[in-house]
Write a protein that binds this ligand. Structure first.
Ligand code: NAD
Length: 338
C-alpha cells in the first residue's frame, strides 16, 4: 500500500459494455470504502512491424501496480490484428487462467451446489500459433508442450489448492492418445507433486471429466483441476454453463510478476450503451482480485452483497438473469446490501 494505506490498481475499462460494468465496480468500491485508487489505461493496440502491440503506458502501469482489473476487449476488425486478449497474455506472461464456478443462490439452473475450480495453461499447447500448409489441402498445426510452462502452471494449481483448502489436484489430459505431449504434462505433475505431500494428486482422461462434469459436478467440490490450454478453454466454458452462463463467471490470469482479473464474457455489442449489462462477472472477478491482494474482508463483503442482490428478487436482477433491473438499479441494490 501507499503511505495513505491505499493500493493502486490498473483499470482497463474495455469495449462495448466494459465502461458500464467498470463504472458499477467503481461505484460499489466507493460505497464499500475499498482502499483502492484506480489507474485507468487505454489498451487500444497499434500494429507495429505487423505485430499487434499494446500501448507502453498501459503495460508500464500494469507492471508498476502488478494487479489489474479488465473489462472485455473487442478484437479489432481489420487485417493483421491478433486477438488483444492473446496479446496481453503473451506480453505480460500470464501463464495460468483460473476459473472458479460456484452456483449462484437464487438463480436456478439444472445443477445445484456447483463449486468447481479449473486452472488452464494459458501460453502454449494448441494455441502456440504454429501452423503451416504442407501441400495444398494438407495443413499442419503444432501443439507445443514444454516442461517449463507445464511446471509453472501445475505448481500454481498446487499452491492454489493449498491456499484454498482443496485437498486434491486433478490433472486432466489425453495422454492415452498424445503420449508424448500430454505424457510430459502428466510426468511433470508427478514430479511437482513431490513438493506437496499434503495435497493428493489424481489423473483423469479429458472425456471422462467432461462426462462427470455434466452428469454430477458435485464430484469436483474439493479439488482443483489443471490442464493444457485447449482442454481448459472448453471445459471452463462447460463449467460456466453449469452455473448459468458467462454473465456470472469470474476469472484471473496469473503471471510471474502481474495478475489480471476479468469477466469471462465478451463486450456484448448487442446491448452496449443501453444500461442493461450485468456487472456480476466483473464484480466477482474483482473479489478474486481483492483476495489475491490479501484484502479478503472487502472481497467477502462485496461478494455476499452481490449474491444477496441476485437472490432477492427478479426486480433486482438484470435481464440476462430473467430479471428487469438496469445496470444502475442493480448497482444501487448491491450498495444497499453491502
Ligand atoms: P459476448 O460474451 O460479448 O456476448 C454473448 C451474449 O451474452 C450476448 O448476447 C451478450 O449480450 C450477452 N452478455 C455477455 N456479457 C453480458 C453481461 N455482462 N450482461 C448481460 N449480457 C451479457 O460474446 P461475443 O458476442 O461472441 O463477443 C463480442 C466481442 O467480445 C468480440 O469482439 C469478442 O472478440 C470479444 N470477446 C472478448 C473477451 C474478453 O475480453 N475476455 C471474451 C470473449 C469475447
Amino acid at each position: 500500500p501507499k503511505a495513505n494505506g491505499k493500493y493502486t490498481v490498473t483499470l482497463i475499462p474495455g469495449d462495448g459494455i466494459g465502461p458500464e460494468i467498470s463504472k458499477a465496480v467503481e461505484e460499489i468500491y466507493d460505497a464499500a470504502k475499498v482502499p483502492i485508487d484506480w489507474e485507468p489505461v487505454d489498451v487500444t493496440p497499434s500494429l507495429i512491424n505487423g505485430i499487434t502491440t499494446i500501448p507502453k503506458p498501459a503495460v508500464d502501469s500494469i507492471y508498476k501496480n502488478t494487479v489489474a482489473l479488465k473489462g472485455p476487449l473487442a478484437t479489432p476488425v481489420g487485417k493483421g490484428h491478433q486477438s488483444l486478449n492473446l496479446t496481453l497474455r503473451r506480453t505480460l506472461g500470464l501463464f495460468a487462467n483460473v476459473r472458479p464456478c460456484k452456483s449462484v443462490e437464487g438463480y436456478e439452473t439444472p445443477y445445484q451446489n456447483v463449486d468447481t475450480v479449473l486452472i488452464r495453461e494459458n501460453t502454449e499447447g494448441e494455441y502456440s500459433g504454429i501452423e503451416h500448409v504442407i501441400v495444398p489441402g494438407v495443413v499442419q498445426s503444432i501443439k507445443l508442450i514444454t516442461k517449463k510452462a507445464s511446471t509453472r502452471v501445475i505448481k500454481y494449481a498446487f499452491e492454489y489448492a493449498r491456499a484454498n483448502n482443496r485437498p486434491k489436484v486433478l490433472v486432466v489430459h489425453k495422454c492415452s492418445i498424445m503420449k508424448m505431449s500430454d505424457g510430459l504434462f502428466v510426468k511433470t505433475a508427478r514430479e511437482v507433486a513431490k513438493e506437496y505431500p499434503d495435497i493428493e494428486l489424481g489423473f483423469e482422461i479429458l472425456d471422462n471429466t467432461a462426462l462427470r462434469l455434466a452428469s454430477d459436478p458435485s464430484h469436483f467440490k474439493s479439488l482443483v483441476m489443471v490442464m493444457p490450454n485447449l482442454y481448459g478453454d472448453i471445459l471452463s466454458d462447460l463449467s460456466s454453463g453449469l452455473i448459468g452462463g458467462l454473465g456470472l463467471t469470474p476469472s484471473g490470469n496469473m503471471g510471474e510478476k502481474v495478475a489480471i482479473f476479468e469477466a469471462v464474457h465478451g463486450s456484448a455489442p448487442d446491448i452496449a450503451g443501453k444500461g442493461l449489462a450485468n456487472p456480476t462477472a466483473l464484480l466477482l472477478s474483482s473479489c478474486m482480485m481483492l483476495r489475491h491482494m490479501g484484502l479478503n474482508p472487502y472481497g467477502d463483503k462485496i461478494e455476499s452483497a452481490v449474491l444477496k442482490t441476485i437472490a432477492s428478487s427478479p426486480a433486482n436482477r438484470t435481464r440476462d438473469l430473467k430479471g428487469t433491473a438496469s445496470t444502475e438499479h442493480f448497482t444501487q441494490a448491491v450498495i444497499s446490501n453491502l
